[in-house]
Design a protein. Structure first.
Length: 446
């Protein structure tokens, strides 16, 4: 069972099924770290790996798509991932089980293992935040692995950031981690503006490579190349308090980076989309730590959203809010105070951080009126708030022009509030419908 799951459903699923052993005599199951061979008649179970000792996750790798069984009497190839070290690689379990021989084990992201059809030759991909993904080819023992691609070779000519994992504890004393990304050309001793990107648990992606793009609107490398520290913290949730949980986890992570002397405490901003947008909107209205916030397609009012829908799928929000990411457990009429204290809109009058909200007007996942609620109430309370509404767009922006436009506005928003750059006219004066139409027509011509 997944004992670390913070979902509110009563029946938590196991970590997974690897497959059936030869002739269906047993099934190979996963727990958090290991593979287990469990007899089909329930007569017994044998642990095939020892990942729990070093907290290294082992998962079966099917190298031949035609294999019907997992032959436990033969060596088994597994992927490896250190849940605290973030190292990864591949290993081979001896017949009958035991400690895996580590074929490759690196402080990077290692994946995509494949074997040649008619030879004992293997290929895999390695990447790091500062190392563009490249393919390697190796023999059976992996000792002679050689790099066969060299992607983004031009990156060596440019300043680039680096990443690391940091640890911290939330207000409840729980051990958490975050991925921390340094700005390009980082100078030790200097304090930088920081962007905090949120969703749920993000530290496992510390070694992923982000190729800069003006269409990938929340791109980490775009932020680091623009002079920002980027923090992607882990968030754990307790039932009926999703917003409160975000605050206690994210603020603790930010305090950790500030204590490292890297981030300027007066120039920290938050950003997120969908569930991460909920996080950012909640922090904007419930925390005094942040100088600016951006929330893409956020749920901002659990009370009004409770009776709404996922219009794209037809699923009622009542189920999603009680058993999904909101983790509210009970209907609104059984614990209305919890719904109120975890909604951004009910504390707007105390909001300190300027807030920018983005929605697609055809959003079928989060009704875009969740953005209108915050905008209208914040305007009434004389707060700094901007609402971007993209016609014809759904939960995520798909049109190139809109992606470029949104990223440009993100950088201008943070540039003004976190770097003291002059405010773009739209931040101060807004944009009329006719001005927006004229601008779109101009862009199409260019």
């Amino acid at each position: 069972m997944n004992r670390e799951s913070d979902a509110t459903v009563k029946q938590k699923p196991p970590f997974g099924v690897a497959g059936w052993a030869t002739s269906d005599e047993a099934v190979v199951l996963y727990d958090k770290f290991d593979l287990w061979r469990v007899a089909a008649d329930g007569s017994g179970a044998t642990r095939l790996t020892d990942g729990a000792v070093e907290q290294v996750r082992h998962r079966y790798v099917r190298l031949d798509p035609d294999d019907e069984w997992i032959e436990t009497a033969k060596p088994i190839t597994v992927s490896l991932f250190g849940v605290w070290t973030k190292k990864s690689g591949y290993g081979r379990i001896p017949p009958g089980g035991g400690a895996a021989q580590r074929l490759i084990w690196d402080d990077k992201s290692v994946g995509g293992l494949a074997r040649a059809k008619d030879a004992d030759v293997y290929a895999f991909v390695t990447q790091g935040y500062d190392d563009s993904p490249d393919a390697f080819v190796a023999g059976a023992d992996f000792r002679d692995a050689r790099q066969v691609t060299k992607t983004n070779e031009h990156q060596a000519k440019f300043a680039w950031g680096r990443s690391e994992t940091i640890e911290y504890k939330n207000d409840r004393g729980e051990r958490l981690q975050a991925a921390l990304y340094y700005p390009a050309g980082y100078e030790p001793g200097r304090k930088y503006p920081m962007v905090v990107y949120m969703y749920e648990r993000l530290s496992d992606g510390v070694h992923l490579y982000f190729s800069p793009s003006d269409r990938d609107v929340y791109n980490t490398s775009v932020f680091t190349s623009s002079g920002y520290v980027v923090l992607r913290p882990d968030i754990v949730f307790r039932p009926r308090d999703p917003g409160v949980s975000v605050k206690e986890c994210v603020e603790a992570a930010v305090r950790r980076v500030i204590a490292m002397g890297i981030a300027d405490p007066a120039r920290v901003g938050t950003i997120g989309h969908s569930w991460g947008g909920f996080d950012s909107a909640y922090l904007a209205t419930h925390s005094t730590m942040f100088a600016a916030s951006i929330a893409g397609a956020p749920i901002t009012n659990l009370v009004s959203n409770y009776g709404s829908h996922h219009f794209s799928s037809g699923i009622a929000e009542t189920d999603h809010i009680e058993t999904g990411q909101q983790r509210m457990e009970v209907p609104i009429y059984e614990d209305l105070p919890a719904y109120i204290r975890n909604s951004a809109v009910f504390n707007i009058h105390n909001m300190k951080a300027p807030l920018m909200i983005m929605f697609g007007e055809n959003d079928g996942t989060v009704f875009w009126h969740q953005g209108i609620e915050v905008y209208n109430i914040a305007r009434r309370a004389k707060k700094d708030v901007v609402l971007l509404a993209y016609a014809g767009e759904d939960h995520g922006l798909r049109k190139k022009a809109n992606q470029i436009d949104y990223q440009r506005r993100i950088l201008q928003w943070f540039g003004h509030y976190l770097k003291n750059e002059p405010a773009a006219p739209w931040i101060v004066n807004g944009v009329s419908f006719l001005e927006r139409e004229t601008e779109l027509k101009r862009r199409k011509k260019t």
